[in-house]
Design a protein around this ligand. Structure first.
Ligand code: AHR
Length: 486
């Protein structure tokens, strides 16, 4: 075993791995985000205060908007200024929450905005106008419009998605990758004089991999045999859960069998496979001179109860928290290439962080998983062996840049056994100073309006020097600090 703790060179855990996605869909915006300034629900400039505070609490660093699929029919000019009407053929939802309100949400949370351009039914010109509205000085055509709308200072939006990676057939399977490559170049050319200030996210694969060859052909078209710059990021989407064909064995959101529980957590290996695949695409078709990274911009469980009728709302239990924790571990372990990961979506839709309904506000198991693990953000990944081969355990270790603090998170998937793990010798110079865990007595517990805290974070008492403990179906995060003797 190693005598000293080693950081993995080049594996810096980007704070953007705790990003989220908020789409004009279901009740995510109305009322999961926007309640208006006159609402009795506590708000800051019309945005729910509980949602703002909750996002800060679990370490959200970037928010993607307006879609997803919604980006494919969103026309940003409908959502600015005083006169805003609903557009039937788009989402049909109100336009009260538009670009300026989204920027306000990001400002209040302290998160980076990520805007997704409408490539499917929009034009490069519309995109360039949006870019100028967000980033132009007040003497430009659209920058002055923004100033007239009360926002004289440019927002400085750096990250732009060029279209939406989608598993819906209208997008990838029916679209020629070269055609998308052309679109990518047309949209890029539309903001050509601003490219030094922006990072563009191009399409990678979603979970329906019938589209083999798609990403390679797109990249090849754009880079011409590694000669030209490709996208700064490739977007990857992947949902797991019974609503998604080949994951039927995940079962119900709450009444799942033990087999379904293990199948679900085991399916996370697909995320590693996605990353490995995109690593190959990037290595084969882009040049080191213009590095392309991965933006895993939709991840999560999609249960059977999330249907159009429910506005994609679903229930969550401790299984969802463990799924979130294991997914984040995968992203941390690939932090040399995965720079963004967006849990999907932040309120009321799919594997949400919050469930809202008027005055009701509930933090989900996924919220607590993200909160527990946020201590890893900004650290460097460590290469540590705990000397055990236990498929039920998933352990991730990171160290702060100056080396004073070490964070260890342990996920115990076992439904029956508590685990005890010896702290390896390379950490003998560090003392365990605190630990927190999510360890409900029953794995199928959920947080509801009536019982909002069945799944929550608790301090671990009676810490034992040299030992880490993880109860059955739990996750625990230890913080260690360099001791005096060093
Ligand atoms: O997150 C819901 C939808 O799932 C998104 O709009 C789309 O990108 C994905 O298919």
């Amino acid at each position: 075993m190693e005598k000293e703790i080693k950081r993995k060179a080049g594996f810096h855990i980007s704070p953007y791995l705790h990003s989220t996605f908020g789409e004009i869909l279901g009740t995510l915006i109305y009322d999961g985000t926007w309640v208006g300034k006159d609402s009795p629900i506590p708000n800051v400039n019309g945005i729910r205060k509980d949602v703002i505070d909750g996002m800060k609490e679990c370490g959200i660093t970037a928010i993607r908007w307006p879609g997803g699929c919604a980006a494919d029919h969103y026309h940003w000019k409908d959502g600015i200024g005083k006169e805003r009407k609903r557009r039937l053929a788009c989402s049909g939802q109100p336009n009260d929450f538009g670009t300026d309100e989204f920027m306000e949400l990001c400002r209040l949370v302290g998160a980076e905005p990520i805007l997704v351009a409408n490539v499917a039914t929009g034009t490069p010109e519309e995109f360039a106008d949006w870019y100028e509205y967000c980033n132009g000085d007040a003497d430009t055509k659209y920058g002055s419009l923004r100033a007239q709308n009360g926002h004289p200072k440019p927002y400085g939006v750096r990250f732009w998605g060029i279209g939406n990676t989608d598993e819906n057939v209208w997008h990838m399977a029916f679209n020629d990758p070269k055609q998308y490559g052309q679109n990518f170049l047309r949209f890029r050319t539309a903001i050509m004089h601003a490219l030094k200030d922006v990072q563009l996210i191009g399409l990678g694969l979603s979970e329906r991999h019938e589209t083999y060859g798609w990403v390679e052909n797109f990249l090849e078209y754009v880079t011409h045999g590694k000669r030209w710059k490709g996208p700064d990021y490739l977007s990857v989407h992947h949902y797991i859960g019974a609503a998604k064909g080949r994951y039927e064995a995940c079962g119900d959101a709450v009444e799942y069998s033990d087999e379904a529980y293990y199948f679900t957590l085991d399916s996370i290996k697909a995320y590693q496979a996605d990353i490995d695949l995109h690593r190959i695409y990037i290595a084969q078709h882009t040049s080191d001179q213009y590095p392309t990274k991965i933006c895993f911009d939709e991840w999560g469980l999609w249960h059977l109860d999330a249907t159009d009728e429910t506005g994609l709302r679903q229930r969550q239990t401790m299984r969802d928290a463990l799924f979130a924790g294991l997914s984040l571990h995968v992203f941390y372990r690939n932090s040399d290439i995965v720079e963004f990961a967006m849990e999907t979506q932040y309120a009321n839709v799919l594997q949400s962080l919050f469930e809202t309904d008027g005055e009701v506000f509930v933090k989900t198991p996924t919220f607590y998983a993200m909160k527990l693990l946020k201590e890893h953000l900004g650290n460097d990944l460590c290469d540590i062996s705990f000397g055990i081969e236990d498929p039920m355990l998933d352990i991730c270790t990171s160290i702060s840049p100056e080396g004073k603090k070490v964070v260890i998170s342990v996920i115990n998937k076992s439904l029956t056994e508590d685990k005890v793990i010896a702290v390896p010798e390379c950490l003998s110079g560090y003392d365990i100073i605190s630990a927190e865990e999510i360890a409900p007595v029953c794995v199928r517990m959920e947080n509801t309006a009536e019982h909002p805290e069945q799944i929550h974070i608790e301090n671990v008492n009676n810490l034992e020097p040299g030992w880490l403990k993880a109860k059955k179906h739990s996750m625990v995060r230890y913080c260690l600090e360099k001791g005096e003797k060093e």
